[in-house]
Every structure is written in structure tokens, then in C-alpha cells.
Design a protein around this ligand. Sequence first.
Ligand code: PRX
Length: 629
Amino acid sequence: MNKIRDFHRESIENREEFWRREAERIHWDAPFDRVLDDSRPPFARWFVGGRTNLCYNAVDRWLPLYADRPALVWVSTEVDQERVYTRRQLYDEVNAVAAMLRGLGVGRGDRVLLYMPMVPEAVFAMLACARLGAVHSVVFGGFASVNLAQRIDDAAPKVVMSADGGSRAGKVQAYKPLLDKALDLCARPPEAVVILDRGLAPFEPVAGRDLDYAQLRRKHAGQEVPITWVESSEPSYVLYTSGTTGRPKGVQRDTGGYAVALAASMEYVFGGKPGDTYFCTSDIGWVVGHSYIVYGPLIGGQTSILYEGTPVRPDAGILWRLAEKHRAQVMFSSPTAVRVLKKFDTAFMRERDLSSLERLFLAGEPLDEPTARWLSEGLGKPVIDNYWQTESGWPILSAQPGVEHTPARLGSPSFPTYGYDVRVVSETTGEDLPAGQKGVVAIVPPLPPGAMSTIWGDDRRFVQTYFTSIPGRQYYSTFDWGRVDEDGYWFILGRTDDVINVAGHRLGTREIEESISTHAGVAECAVVGVADELKGQVATAFVVLKQAAQAQDADAARALEGDIMRVVEQQLGAVARPARIRFVGALPKTRSGKVLRRAIVAVCEKRDPGDLTTIEDPTALEQIKESLQ
Ligand code: PRX
């Protein structure tokens, strides 16, 4: 493992030379003057003065080589459709959407919010924004009106693009009513709304505001929109993510650094090359979808598969059939998806010809050993656990087969990725901890190319949130616990904050609590993440009612539970709906009024709640215990 260590060391010690070399992977319209400007830590600007464009690097640049090869393959088992777009066709579609957005007044620096299901038009729209130098903000289709309204207000988009609906597991999900509700809630609604009508969920367009995608596309078909070259540090997108407050953070990504980081990762992390096929099962609403459905594979000259559907419909062989049919070299999925598949026979994968497949990557949540073993044995291929965040944009810890083949250690995402000066530090002193000890996973700035540049519109919050929690050091905190073993393998041991991870979806407990609290009957509540065999964690809510009598008998409690769940579902979306709501008379708190979440989680997971000397009312924890019975 010398090679990978040397490679990493070089990326930190000779940072500028390292990244100057990597920057050659992409096209620059004008060269950069400096590799790095970190004169204002913890802010970092990469490839200062260089002019480039994500859309050019993803689409135009590969036209001479791959005009007639598939660039985007869309498969929907929800609506039983498959469409293949060559690079040339992708170019045409992206230009048409860019022309329609330009016609609606969208230009450099303007925001466009996309609330779209997993359809190719969503990818065209992302790339069209990039082409125009506009900033997209994709909101996950599983989110609902309040989430959406918050994001619209924060990003202040000129245009919102959406669809009549999506479909999940064969059930139509209407997007338009949620969007309309969100726009009603908004302080700053956009000027125009473009709706892709898939014929799934009938709706009434709002006159003077709603425009039809198909009509606009027809009008603009055949137009070519010149690339808007932007300075490397200009934002390419904003992607909102949850933290400890009720207000989501707009993770802002640059342009040049991101393009270089993704291009390099396609080779070093994923072991791929131009012409390969890459199949990532994530969603475009999450960072994995941004980086490894859209930008990474396309910038790397690869074919990307965009899949609308679940891993088990029409049967548990669908992902493997797609990998076989499209001769994928790389697959990227989530531990939850694999745990779902684990309930089925491995014959589903063994029966397929997966000879093209080189390796499979999993990220987004802890990968448990039995799941990793089941998959790697069933596939007979390496399974690589990689650890990263919305903020980082690409893997922080991973095996890097494009650098060196290293043996996997189950339960470990292996080693720090080049460019990341990662440490395990003491929560109380900020000092580096020796091998074997658990501490906070922190990154010494500057963050590498491709990592977030700031929080949209709020530089102070960026510094305050990420760079002030490690004592005595201005380090970036990942808010994850970790440990390194004697051989240098890293282990991630859960969050240090109140963020939870349900089926790979990152959720803020505070946001769910705020939503529950809008229910008229609720006095206060606490939401915690409880270990779950399938989803990793599920949200459980403990609610104190204004009138305890409201949940006195089982029927009343069940009705109220349903009521509260509906509130969360309508405001935040089904992904955020707690698995259970329990009614208690009081929440366990410290004498200073802080809810003892760790103790609640311990009780839910039938573990020892630990030190309770600061608890104000010990019976409150008893009530939690009783409510679980
Ligand atoms: O807690 C870590 C967990 O997911 C968080 C980041 O989630 P998100 O911003 O949605 O980005 C996902 C990008 C893959 C992390 O702070 N997490 C992510 N990957 C792993 C993980 N936990 C354990 N092992 C992983 N491989």
C-alpha cells in the first residue's frame, strides 16, 4: 500500500503541482493564473482566473470522438420506457433547453430550481444551466411543499422547472400540487414555471406563470446556444442539505475545481476510462446523483445510465439486467438498496452475464459487514465502500483502484482520498488521535477542488458551521465519528450531531421536529434516529401533547399518530415521515433544558443510557421506555 500512501502524501505536500497536473484533464477556454488562492482561510479558490464550463466538458468536448455513442441511457421501469441519447442528441436537447431558459431571461449567475423526477429532461436542464453560466438547484423529488418553499426563498430562482409527477414503485406521485403549495408559501416566487407534462398526474396550469416544456422545446429545437465561459470559482450549483438547525444549508459548488475533481476521480477512484459505461442508482436530487449520474461520467467521456425505478421491480434482478444489457463497467449504489436485495436469491445476479462489470461502489451510509460480504461473494467482484458528504462533492475516504489495488477490509471505506488532509481528532483538545482511538473526523483546510466553496449567500455561516467546532484549530468538521486502525484503514462510527441517515437519505431531526410542532395538538417533541436493520436508521418521534388525554386510548393515539405523520408528509415529504410516533408526558432533559437525545436513542436501541447525572426528571426516561412497550 505504498503507492496509495505516496500518492496521497504528494497531493498534500505538493498540493499545487498535484492539482496543476490534474487540471489538464479538462478543457480550459482560458488558462488559470494560479492553482490555489487560500489567502483567506478557510476559503479556497481553485484554478484562479481560469475560464471553463461544465456543460462544455460534459457534452461538446466529447462530440468529435463520441457523437454517435450513447451518452445518456434512460430506463424507467415505472413507466416502462427506455430512451438512449447519443452525445449528439444530448447536445441538441441541452441546447434546446438552454435556448428556452435564455428566452425566459436566464443568464449567467441566475438561479434555476429543478424539482424533477428521474427523467432525462432533468439532466438536460442541469446541463443547460451550466451552459448558460446559470446556477441550478435541484430539489429531491421526495421532498414536499415546506422544504421546497424554503429552498425557493433561499435560492431566489428566476425559473422553476418541474413535472406533473413522478412514480415510485408503480404509484404515481403528483409533483404539481406540492409545487403550487410551495409557491403559495414563498416570499419570492419565480417569474416562470416550466412543467414537463408526462401525462401521469393531470393538472391545471396557472395562467401567465406555467409554461409547457414540450411546447417550449418545439419552439427552440435546433437552436445552438453558445457556451458562457465562467471563471473557475463561479458557482455551478447549490444543493441544499440538512444540519442541526431547521434551516437547510445551500452547499455551493464552484466550476473549475469541481470539473477537475470529478474528472480525476473517474480514473483514480472508479478505475474508469472514456468510453466506459457507468451505472449509478442514486437520485439526481442528491449529491451522488449530481456527481456520478450527471457530471462525473459525462465529463469523463462515459455513458451514464439514468434509472427511474426501484431495485425490486419488476423483480430483484432489474439492476443486474441493466448492468448486463448496457455492459456497465462500474456500478454505484447504496447499502440500503443492497440490504433490500439481500432478501432475494443471489441467482438474480449469478444468472446475468456481468463480465463487463469491474467493481461496485457503495456510499451514503455505513456499510455493514454481512451486506458487503453477501454482495462481493454473490457478484464475485470487488465491492468498494466510499465515504463522503454533500459538502465534499466526491469521496473523502475510499479504496482507489486507479492508483493501486489494495485489499478491502470489511466495514472500512479504506483510506483518505488524495487531496483530503483528513484527521481523527479529539473532541475536547482538537489534537490528532493515535490509531485505535475514536474521535471526530476533521479535514485540514484548504478543502480540495470540488468541495463546497461556501454556503449560498452566507460566508459567515459556512465558517461558523464547519470550522469552529474543533477546539483550538480551524479544521473542517465532518460531524462524523471515526477511527483509524493500526494498518491505516479508516472506520466511520456515526454522526456527532443530530443528523440522521434513513436509507441513505440525510435528514435533520430539527426540521422534522419543527414540522411536527406545527400540529395544533403538539406541545413539544424530540425526533431521534434509531438503528434499523434495513434502512440503517429510522426516525422515531416522541411527542408531548398539549392535552395528554387526546392520546389516552390506543385508537385515539393511532389516529393522532396518523394525523401528525400526514403533517410531516405534506410539509417535508414521505422520506422525512417518522416510522413511529410515541406519546409521552415529558421529554428527558438536562437541568439546563437540553433534550437528552443520546439517552433516548440508547433506550430505543435497548442499550445502557449511560451517565444520567444531569437529568432533571428521571421518570421522563422511564416514560420513553414505557412508550416503547
Ligand atoms: O454520516 C456520513 C454518512 O452520510 C453523511 C453524508 O451524507 P450526504 O451529505 O447525503 O452525502 C452522501 C454522499 C455519499 C456522512 O456525513 N456516510 C456517507 N458515506 C458513508 C457514510 N457513513 C458511513 N460510511 C459511508 N461510506
